[in-house]
Design a protein around this ligand. Structure first.
Ligand SMILES: Cc1cc2nc3c(=O)[nH]c(=O)nc-3n(C[C@H](O)[C@H](O)[C@H](O)COP(=O)(O)OP(=O)(O)OC[C@H]3O[C@@H](n4cnc5c(N)ncnc54)[C@H](O)[C@@H]3O)c2cc1C
Length: 455
């Protein structure tokens, strides 16, 4: 039994009251806040770190639509706006394997600031939400901790976009989390500076890698449905394999492999997704501690291997690590409807669709690239947790099984569920209807007005 101490009860200042409160500002939460504000609700957005953007800006995940090809039928709405706005503000570069732009993780911090400001969303950075305020099974707001101490924010509707369903779980909504050995690996992401772009791209061209090369070991042991195999992938394994063979890095690091994201004219090689750390539960601070330290150690070895065995990287150095460990998979809510593998692979159609997402599946050993025009509907009910009133969930923790998670966790789809949640919260307030019985036609009408594609 662990030793415990009682925490004295205390009175907390209410620092803000609003109509819609969004907690977490990744692609899900940012889209939720913009969707709610543009639908006319007074909206506030909280994040635990000093910037909005979630995994984009805090981890350095830049491949926003790397799945998009000529025949892809893509989502529309705020997700596309993220990409286009970033492009217009010099915060995106052409992505090497698709018809899309990779976001510049650093510049996107500023893009997100501007979007939040323009929409009139009230920002609250540097505040970790530590508890929901729940009365009679209904969420009334949240308690935060920060340099300012403990504070309360009250709201008529709350959207949990923490990625980990922190609020839903603490409010008592049923959630599921696989044992840590079954969760997708976590990653320490990093970027390098000082790469000779010409030499690097010459090597990529001389020895082009394909999605079939993702087959191998560890995390990168991927099945496709065949059509992807001969397509180009910005994949790196050979330099690390050689480094192990030549004793430059330890044999235990034969797991190092993965993709690069973009290379700039200034020699920045970004979004290096090379370090895969299994057995990490992203809701366990001890696991996070171990993984951060181990991930950085492995990244330093990866850089050494690239300097030695990847042409163009000889003079390169570490530019930055992500601000925090990248976590792909933790809690999922048990929603009014939980998406299934059959839904995301079978072009599911739902009357309560709040947006579409292509048949793009990336995870649990499966990679399906949407080169066919196939897509599924994202149902509103997958955002609605059970047992707690006035609460919606947006982003990667919406209800669904493993394979559906490998689809809905993608950032464009998180923006779809986010915009859907934000609009539904605002419409339910305007119509004075509870979230679980909100008029879905009215939600869809507002989503269409905001540029989302529903069918
Ligand atoms: C290494 C890595 C590579 C990936 N590659 C891709 C890719 O190439 N393409 C793609 O589409 N997807 C990719 N993904 C998946 C994608 O990044 C995530 O699934 C997606 O960002 C989830 O969005 P979200 O809004 O649900 O959560 P997040 O982006 O995780 O945002 C959650 C936000 O909530 C904040 N937060 C969390 N808890 C609290 C709290 N208690 N209080 C206050 N704030 C809180 C966080 O700081 C963060 O800002 C990758 C993920 C990882 C980790």
């Amino acid at each position: 039994m662990r030793k415990t101490i009682p925490e004295p009860a205390r009175t907390v200042d209410v620092i803000h009251e609003t109509e819609v409160l969004v907690v977490g500002s990744g692609p899900g939460g940012l889209a939720a806040a913009l969707g709610a504000a543009r639908a006319g609700a007074r909206t506030a957005l909280i994040d635990r770190y000093g910037c909005f953007g979630g995994n984009i800006t805090q981890v350095g995940v830049e491949g926003f639509a790397w799945y998009r090809h000529e025949r892809t039928v893509d989502s529309e709405g705020i997700g596309i706006e993220f990409e286009q706005r970033a492009k217009a503000m010099g915060a995106a570069t052409p992505e090497p394997q698709s018809n899309s732009h990779a976001l510049d993780a650093e510049m996107f911090k500023y893009v997100a600031d501007e979007l939040v400001k323009e929409a009139g969303v009230t920002p609250f950075l540097h505040r970790l939400c530590v508890a929901p305020i729940v009365e009679d099974g209904v969420i009334r707001g949240v308690i935060t901790e920060s340099k300012s101490g403990r504070e309360a924010l009250l709201a008529e509707r709350v959207i949990d976009a923490t990625g980990d369903a922190d609020l839903a779980a603490r409010a008592g909504a049923p959630v599921r989390k696989a044992p840590r050995e079954q969760l997708m690996a976590a990653s320490v992401m990093f970027s390098m500076a000082g790469v000779n772009k010409t030499r690097f791209l010459e090597q990529v061209k001389a020895d082009p890698q394909r999605y079939r090369d993702w087959r191998g070991n560890g995390e990168w042991n991927i099945e496709t449905d065949g059509k992807e195999d001969d397509m180009f992938s910005p994949f790196l394994r050979k330099p690390f394999k050689r480094a192990v063979e030549e004793g430059v890095i330890p044999a235990s690091l034969s797991t190092i492999a993965g993709t690069w994201g973009s290379i700039t004219d200034q020699g920045d090689l970004t979004y290096l997704n090379l370090i895969q750390l299994p057995n990490v539960d992203g809701t366990d601070a001890n696991d996070l501690t171990v993984a951060e330290i181990e991930g950085r150690r492995q990244a330093i070895h990866a850089i050494e291997a690239l300097k030695r065995f990847m042409p163009g990287c000889e003079q390169a150095k570490l530019r930055n690590f992500g601000m925090t460990l990248g976590v792909r998979d933790t809690r999922k809510i048990d929603a009014l409807y939980n998406l299934t593998a059959a839904d995301v692979r079978g072009e599911a159609r739902f009357d309560d669709s709040i947006g579409i997402f292509p048949e793009f599946i990336d995870g649990y050993g499966l990679l399906i690239i949407p080169t066919t025009g196939r897509y599924f509907h994202v149902p509103y009910r997958a955002l609605v947790p059970q047992g707690v009133g006035n609460l919606l969930v947006a982003g990667r923790s919406i209800g669904g099984d493993k394979i559906s998670h490998a689809a809905v966790r993608n950032m464009m789809c998180c923006a779809v569920s986010g915009q859907g949640a934000g609009v539904a919260a605002a419409v339910s307030l305007r119509r004075a209807e509870p979230l679980n019985t909100v008029d879905i036609g009215a939600v869809q009408q507002e989503l269409r007005r905001q540029g989302a594609r529903i069918r």
